[in-house]
Design a binder for this molecule. Sequence first.
Ligand code: ATP
Length: 568
Amino acid sequence: MEFREFAERAAEIEAEPADLEVVALVTDLLDAADENLPVVARFVQGRVFPDHDSTTLDVGPSYLYEAIARAAGQNVDADDVEDELAERGEIGEVAASYDLGGQTGLGAFGAGAGGGSEDLTVGDVTEELETLAETEGEGSQDAKIDLLFGLLNQCSPEEAKYLVRIVLSEMRIGVGEGAVRDAVAEAFDVPVDEVERALQVSNDYGLVAAVARDDGVDGLAELTLEIGRPVQAMLAQAGAVTDALDDWDEAAVEWKFDGARVQLHHEPEGLTRVYSRNMEDVTDALPEVVEFAEERIDVPAILDGEVVAIDDDGEPLPFQNVLRRFRRKHDVAAAREEVAVRPAFFDCLHADGEDLLDAPLAERHERLAGVLDDGGVAPDDTAADVEGLSKLWRSDDPDEIETIDADALDAGHEGIMLKNPESTYSPGRRGKNWLKRKPDVETLDLVVTGAEWGEGRRATFLGTFLLSARVDDRGEYETIGKVATGITDEELEELTGLLDPHVRAEDGQEVDVEPAVVFEVGYEEIQASPTYSSGYALRFPRFVGVREDLDPDDVDTLERVERLADRQ
Ligand code: ATP
């Protein structure tokens, strides 16, 4: 396909406001693309390489301005191009405003004034852009400018407009991924669902378009995951325990690690690659993960997980520490000395020749345990202590989930993830099947009016605290809930000492406390409930801290509690 034709069709698409018509025009474009179909399916989205390929052209805007200025002629420099950009607001329009090919360049000899070579094809453009991407090292920026100058010199204004947009990966013609997917289905008469599935496993619009055209629905069905070709990561929504338990019979509960997402592709005696959440190859920066795979995994596998930075005792460190490792290109060994990382895998996309995207999470996790453990634990023991395995508990009991959350926080993690055990793996989707537990939005300041002694090793400390809100005009307090979560052993000891002088009476485990100590507590929801004297109860109350600066007179009123409950 001539690049001129591509540009003309792109202009037509850009001018079309109706979504359905856009899909129809993209369908025609794909139909007309012939041997350039894979590239055209990407160019139309402003992409040069497949999504799984993190190669970049590495052309900053200033180099592009320089190339445009050179192609525009002697009287124009990069500053002029920038001024023009400020005026017109978009670089494609700026490039089109100069008569690039008609001035000094090749176009002057070829297609004549007005530019536009008869010969420049989509294939030529692709080749040049590939060369551009490969050009690196000393002097590479000049070489890149030369290459771009050469290309722009052969362009008509319309071609230049879309070429520079492709170079900057901003096509701006209103064609999203959904439109290309629908157009592939339409153009080659294959079901849209099959196209979608093929895109998920291959992560390559060009490949899927070509397979749909050449081999139809059977060809698409044969596309599988490939080791070394990363897929998009499944993402999570914010959600609460209540959301999970309302929608599912039970929840899969996992710790939420405070690290960075990685996708491990491993072939024993073969390729081992680690990709970031954006599918960048970060293998060289994370030798620990490669060593882990080589030592521990003896089947071909694609695993999804998180790498966490750890201190000398193996305790997790905050997320920023991992980022430093991710960015590191040189002296990785020294960086590793400073901050080590450890993987925690929570999902398995492929194991031993079998793609698992369509298997339920519970099954994928069992396979994961099998991949990471050579038979030491029962496969359905999803919370087993296996190195590198993120544990998974299944529960429909809010209290049990609370305990897992408290343990996660105690162990230095971010909190918990709640997942639908029946759900399949949807690459790139942020759906309702994975919930990251919403941090408490509001907190309440409440006074402690009672407590209970703990049990077991906590028997000498008060362990559960009865909380009350103030009734505004009466100077009285009404109970609203009990908090026992989010408190460390050290804090329990401190709190016991703090409340001791205020104990009024004891009855077995139960302790009556005069209003004196104020807690800040988070919660997920306020419910009307007969359990407490206020007529309200907090769901999932969580201890945030003691408000030493507040007196019982300052705590939240029942009126505020009512307002917050109404607002939910
Ligand atoms: P956040 O900043 O909260 O990590 P995000 O936008 O990076 O959010 P989300 O999909 O919204 O990503 O949240 C899920 C993220 O949490 C995952 O991308 C992953 O990096 C991390 N994570 C940690 N532990 C788990 C786990 N057990 N299961 C899934 N994701 C986990």
